[in-house]
Design a protein around this ligand. Structure first.
Ligand SMILES: Nc1ncnc2c1ncn2[C@@H]1O[C@H](COP(=O)(O)OP(=O)(O)OP(=O)(O)O)[C@@H](O)[C@H]1O
Length: 768
């Protein structure tokens, strides 16, 4: 290490110390690092020095912007290294003083915040070698380490070099590939690199993340909060005068929040909040009044709040980061107008933006000149924009890029321009400050994640309930079942419950609190089922979903990709199954063709027909009960409605109607009683059926070592299906592969087709 550098920085420290001694101003500690983790740069050794090879010197390194502080400890004098601000080029442009909180000149009586950064040496301890190339703040790295994220995902690796150097990024990568942190890490890095905001100042909004659904917005905010909490926990920050905890380690000593020492706790370095519809808007407003760094919002609720909050509107005009997560879905979700209104706030104040006029073209020379002008101009101001999705059409990506290419024959976008009509139109109005936003497209061919096994079941639509029941028993696990309509969920829910399947609904007509509760219960209940509409299709990161079942066919290829994306996340295995009725076959074909795929690529799952027969009666009986229950509920509901309406209108009801419920001998009451008895009998029968073991063909339950298929060995090896005795435990994907191989190996193609067709269209059950 060249000693001149160190002594220069030591001098700087002395200067700082002197100033601090004479002032009671707020003091911020900058990053503290171990010697090995300083931003060392290799010194090029001139060839003329003649030191190459064999001289005992392999590499010389130097370091800049580091304070060396000597502390007297019991064990002697200890040197500590403080790195001064870790900035992106844009930070420097915007904020040469390194304080964008607007309170560098803090009040004299403010408390001092002290932080203990634990020894975190990713270089020498090799804790996070895979993250080494990314200049992320040490606190961010510590949090990544504590979460066990030892390797960046592909989209993170590909986008971080650009986002950390201040560029705008359009990122497309498969579902479950870590896109949230791909855009979240540069934001966290930026925020944690500035001094910790003062407790007595409202922090200005720095990042706005827009997400299409409430659940996704809440999930993104909790994901980022999680990292922020980890940073906090590992940093052990406290207000000066508070007792110091000893032995702060990489795993982190308990935080003050955990030990209840709230009084000494400074505000978090980074604060993240979500504002979404369906939750208390007063509370959300209070949150905003207190000030947050990162706001995650659905466009609808944000626009509601913005309409009477000029301060927030102003903050959005001054954002440092704007993120559109799953932008394509935001349009489908009917947030078009609100989204556009919000985006208008982020347009550059002084200059109308340009969008290309595709009807006119540029000459090559003109184009070149304008490109040069662009690159000379560099970034216009400091807003960084990130657009991420698993599905952003190639056309749109091209158009977004093209926006910055041909500058001749400019068409100006004005603030009062007519509303956008398509996603392309809308995104083209995004005011990227970067003259050449970086497009990173890592989406897999055909939209299929490599760890996803796809399959289908072809059956009559009336048989879907039966096949679904079969699937859930045959392949226990966490299953997310997608339906296209809320009515469909309302019909299926009581049926699966009668069949003793643990199921939870999720759709837009449920209250937000109930939606979150159901998601949580689904997450925590093993072998449970979530019956959901497409509000659950995008972005939700529910841990360990084993199966995605398309009970009703998705309407678009994008929805198919996003639904499937709820499983096979973060390189885990997953299974997606289409349930195709004859009249849906064409839709499936079109859908797959639009992904450049063939319908025949998706194999059929093998079904144990003998088992299906046994389940048929259960399903029929459950349906009968469900229909009868529905009838009773409806009659009750109608009677109550008539009574309530009559009350409101002050109308007297017919005496027969009023006394109906009391008179035992009335024919209608007798009928009702008989119905109740019938219902009780059916329920008892179903209960009995559900309690009986389901035996596969050739199985003897009494003599497990005999019968056509002895099951003793499977039982001993724990390889048995718990509800279907005689069938081995199996993963849904493995049975698909077996069928594929069998067909390919043994049966001539023509014969397979005929046999399959007969089976496919015969149907298995009828609804009575
Ligand atoms: N570097 C990493 N190492 C390990 N796990 C990670 C890493 N980054 C993110 N994850 C985890 O991967 C999971 C998926 O991440 P995320 O929800 O960001 O995916 P996504 O690409 O946004 O998916 P979708 O397109 O469905 O919204 C999360 O549980 C997240 O915690």
């Amino acid at each position: 290490m060249p000693s001149s550098d160190v002594s220069r920085k030591a001098g700087l420290k002395r200067k700082l110390s002197n100033r601090l001694k004479t002032s009671s101003r707020k003091k911020f500690k900058v990053q503290e690092r171990s010697a090995d983790d300083l931003p060392w740069k290799t010194v090029r050794i001139p060839t003329e020095a003649g030191l190459q090879g064999g001289e005992g010197i392999l590499e010389l390194e130097e370091v800049e912007d580091v304070e060396v502080i000597y502390e007297a400890t019991e064990g002697g004098r200890v040197a500590k290294f403080h790195v001064i601000e870790n900035k992106t080029p844009r930070d420097e442009e915007r904020d040469p003083d390194g304080d964008e909180t607007g309170h560098a000149e803090a009040a004299d009586n403010e408390p001092i915040i002290v932080e203990d950064l634990p020894e975190f040496d990713c270089k020498s301890a090799k804790l996070l070698p895979e993250w080494q190339e990314f200049p992320l703040h040490v606190k961010v790295k510590m949090a990544l380490h504590s979460k066990g994220f030892s390797t960046p995902t592909a989209i993170q690796s590909a986008s971080l070099p650009f986002s950390l150097s201040g560029r705008d990024v359009i990122g497309v990568a498969q579902t479950g590939s870590g896109k949230t942190l791909a855009y979240g890490l540069p934001i966290l890095h930026h925020l944690v690199s500035r001094p910790r905001p003062s407790p007595s100042h409202k922090r200005p909004l720095r990042a706005l993340i827009l997400a299409p659904t409430r659940e996704l917005a809440l999930q993104v905010s909790s994901h980022l909060n999680d990292i922020s909490y980890s940073m906090e926990r590992l940093t052990n920050a406290r207000l000066s005068g508070a007792s110091t905890k000893e032995g702060s380690s990489m795993e982190g000593s308990p935080s003050e929040a955990e030990t209840g020492k709230e009084a000494n706790k400074p505000p978090p370095h980074v604060s993240v909040a979500a504002i979404v519809g369906g939750m208390s808007s007063q509370k959300q407003r209070r949150l905003l009044d207190r000030g947050v760094d990162i706001l995650v919002a659905t466009p609808g609720r944000l626009w509601d709040i913005l309409q009477d909050d000029d301060e927030l509107a102003q903050e959005i005009r001054n954002l440092r980061f704007l993120v559109l997560d799953e932008a394509d879905r935001m349009i489908e979700a009917g947030h078009f107008a609100e989204l556009e209104n919000i985006l208008r706030l982020t347009l550059k104040e002084t200059q109308d933006e340009e969008i290309p006029d595709d009807t006119k073209t540029n000459s090559g020379a003109q184009q070149k000149a304008e490109d040069e002008e662009d690159s000379k101009r560099g970034v216009k101001d400091d807003l960084q924009t990130f657009v991420f999705s698993a599905t952003l059409s190639k056309d749109l990506q091209r158009n977004l890029k093209k926006k910055f290419r041909p500058k001749g024959n400019k068409k100006h976008y004005k603030r009062d321009q007519a509303p956008a009509t398509t996603l392309d139109d809308l995104l083209l109005r995004l005011d990227f400050r970067d003259p050449d936003p970086q497009v990173i497209d890592l989406s897999p061919a055909g939209g299929v994640v490599s760890t996803l096994q796809e399959a289908k079941i072809e059956c009559l639509s009336g048989d879907k309930d039966l096949y679904l029941y079969y699937f859930l028993l045959r392949y226990p696990g966490k299953s997310l079942v997608f339906l296209s309509s809320i009515d469909g969920i309302r019909r299926l829910m009581p049926l699966v419950e009668l069949l003793n399947i643990k199921a939870f609904p999720l759709h837009s007509q449920l209250e937000q609190r109930q939606r979150l509760k159901n998601l949580d219960r689904f997450t925590k209940t093993p072998n449970s089922v979530l019956l959901a509409t497409d509000i659950a299709a995008r972005g939700l990161d529910i841990p360990a979903v084993d199966h995605v079942i398309h009970f009703q066919i998705p309407r678009t290829a994008d929805t198919y990709i996003h639904r499937n994306g709820r499983t096979a996340r973060a390189m885990r295995k997953g299974f997606g199954m289409l349930m195709v009725a004859p009249d849906e076959r064409r839709v499936v074909k079109v859908l797959l063709n639009s992904l450049g795929r063939e319908e025949t690529e998706i194999p059929e799952i093998s079904v144990e027909l003998s088992m299906l027969d046994k389940l048929k009666y259960r399903v029929q009986l459950a349906k009968k009960i469900e229909i009868a229950q529905h009838k009773v509920k409806k009659t009750k509901h109608d009677r109550n409605w008539i009574k309530e309406t009559a009350d409101v209108l002050g109308v007297e009801l017919d005496s027969d109607f009023v006394s109906d419920s009391e008179d035992e001998n009335k024919p209608s009451n007798k009928r009702r009683k008989a119905q109740d008895r019938e219902m009780a009998a059916m329920k008892a029968e179903l209960k009995d059926l559900l309690s009986q073991p389901l035996l596969a063909k050739g199985i003897s339950a009494k003599y497990i070592t005999s019968g056509a298929r002895p099951i003793a060995d499977d039982l001993l090896a724990g390889q048995y299906n718990e509800t279907m005795l005689g069938l081995q435990k199996a993963e849904a994907g493995s049975e698909v592969a077996a069928v594929k191989q069998k067909k390919e190996a043994k049966v001539p193609k023509a014969a397979v087709k005929k046999e399959e067709m007969e089976e496919e269209w015969r149907g298995a059950s009828t609804v009575e």
